[in-house]
Design a protein around this ligand. Structure first.
Ligand SMILES: CC(=O)N[C@H]1[C@@H](OP(=O)(O)OP(=O)(O)OC[C@H]2O[C@@H](n3ccc(=O)[nH]c3=O)[C@H](O)[C@@H]2O)O[C@H](CO)[C@@H](O)[C@@H]1O
Ligand SMILES: C=C(OP(=O)(O)O)C(=O)O
Length: 419
């Protein structure tokens, strides 16, 4: 298995280009199933999850071609299998996003239950309940969700909790339903808004994107469109935390500051100087050690769970004590045990981590357990004295495009060791 080797101690300096957002491109690729004409998507990041999604749509008969300008052309007209197999779904939970579009467009879907994962149990009951409310017949048998409907019908759906992919699945299904659907307690994440904008470009009628109530007036068909995926706010945040931890100065290009309010506020609280422009964010730490920050994760616009691990790493080397509370996933502190191997002082109490910053951590072999945990371990390696090797970096390749190249350009001593 490939590993990443980092020799710590170099402050990050320079400019880094941010890729398209993983959590926006995956639902957008799924939404192409709803159209009856080709859709072209630009700013598609080169990520393992994107490759898996292409494989998933490809085995359904959908045609996907990446042109030499890195634009993805998706032709849904050849789609003739409405099936998402366990082997693909288990490697990427976001595969569940084909459920809503398949039922809405083709009247049937068979999608493997994703099962739990390292960060929590992650059930999909809200996806199923939402589709049932739209009139689909849904059974779960032999590990598969089997759904059918002649034509979905609009309904008022109040989600029991804020769910990002749950909101996306129901919004996509409702786009082709007969009549109006109202989703209450909808997710407001920028990626949900990006999906809504893509659907609108395809002819959908959606109001309220970015608020907790979505109103979707179903239409008879969705047509082809061109759409550019929004920049990845979690990748952006990860590089900015790296600059803050190392006392450096980094400008993130092709970044959207308006999607990162809670994260930028915490970086300022940690002592960083932040300046922003229409498509860039610059963080300058002026060689100083960060101050510890307290964080509680929650759905957008609150602090994102997908940035929790990176701030845990920051607190490990900060001045003072930081308390981090994870409220979204029940098991998202596995990086804490690995950070302890580098000399971090972390005490776990239920869903809270109490972190006392240490002046120095020291390099060691450590192991990634999930996507953001692996990013946090790489960040920790940047400040640990000596060499750190991060094992199981396939997790990081799910969601970060060329992370070692991008960090290398910023001055980090980092390289991938082949398996
Ligand atoms: C591909 C994608 O966009 N992934 C993101 C998405 O995951 P995902 O959409 O899977 O996460 P959700 O927003 O659905 O999960 C939020 C909480 O709701 C629970 N829940 C969710 C659905 C359901 O039917 N029943 C249920 O109980 C989950 O277990 C979790 O505790 O949002 C998460 C929360 O911001 C992010 O960490 C992930 O990066
Ligand atoms: C948890 C994440 O992704 P996924 O929902 O695809 O597992 C993530 O992006 O941090």
């Amino acid at each position: 298995m490939a590993k990443i080797l980092i020799s710590g101690g170099e402050p990050l300096h320079g400019e880094v280009g941010i890729s398209g957002a993983k959590n926006a491109v995956l639902p957008i690729l799924a939404s192409c199933l709803l159209a009856d004409e080709p859709v072209a998507i630009s700013n598609v990041p080169h990520l393992h999850d994107v490759t898996t999604f292409i494989e998933l749509l490809g085995q359904m008969g959908t045609q996907l071609v990446l042109d030499d300008r890195m634009k993805m052309h998706v032709d849904p007209r050849t789609t003739d299998r409405h099936f998402a197999p366990y082997d693909l779904v288990r490697t990427m939970r976001a595969s569940i996003l084909v459920l809503g579009p398949l039922v809405a467009r083709f009247g049937e879907a068979e999608v493997s239950l994703p099962g739990g994962c390292a960060i929590g149990s992650r059930p999909v009951d809200q996806h199923i309940r939402g589709l049932q409310a739209l009139g689909a017949e849904v059974v779960v048998e032999n590990g598969y969700i089997k759904a059918r409907a002649k034509r979905l019908k609009g309904a008022r759906i109040s989600m029991d909790m804020v769910t990002v992919t749950g909101t996306e699945n129901i919004m996509m299904a409702a786009a082709l339903a007969q009549g109006t659907t109202i989703i209450e307690n909808a997710a407001q994440e920028p990626e949900v808004v990006d999906l809504a904008h893509c659907l609108i470009a395809m002819g959908a009628q959606i109001e309220g994107a970015g608020t907790s109530t979505l109103t979707i007036h179903g239409v008879e068909r969705l047509h082809g469109a061109e759409y550019e995926v929004l920049p990845d706010r979690i990748e952006t945040g990860t590089f900015l935390v790296g600059a803050a931890m190392t006392g450096g100065k980094v400008r993130a290009r092709n970044a959207r500051a308006d999607t990162l309010d809670a994260v930028l506020a915490k970086l300022e609280e940690a002592g960083a100087h932040i300046s922003t422009g229409p498509d860039w964010i610059e963080l300058d730490m002026r060689g100083r050690r960060p101050k510890a920050v307290n964080i509680t994760t929650a759905p957008y616009p609150a602090f994102p769970t997908d940035m929790q691990a990176q701030f845990t790493a920051l607190n490990c080397v900060a001045e003072g004590v930081g308390v981090i509370t994870e409220t979204v996933f029940e098991n998202r502190f596995m990086h804490a045990l690995e950070l302890q191997r580098l000399g971090a002082d972390i005490r776990l109490e239920g869903n809270t981590a109490i972190i006392k910053g240490v002046e120095k951590m020291s390099g060691a072999p450590i192991m990634a357990t999930d996507l953001r945990a692996s990013a946090c371990l790489v960040l920790a390696g940047l400040v640990a004295e000596g060499d750190t090797t991060v094992d199981r970096v396939y997790h990081i390749d799910r969601g970060y495009e060329n992370i070692e190249e991008k960090l290398g350009v910023l001055g980090a001593k980092i390289r991938r060791l082949p398996s």
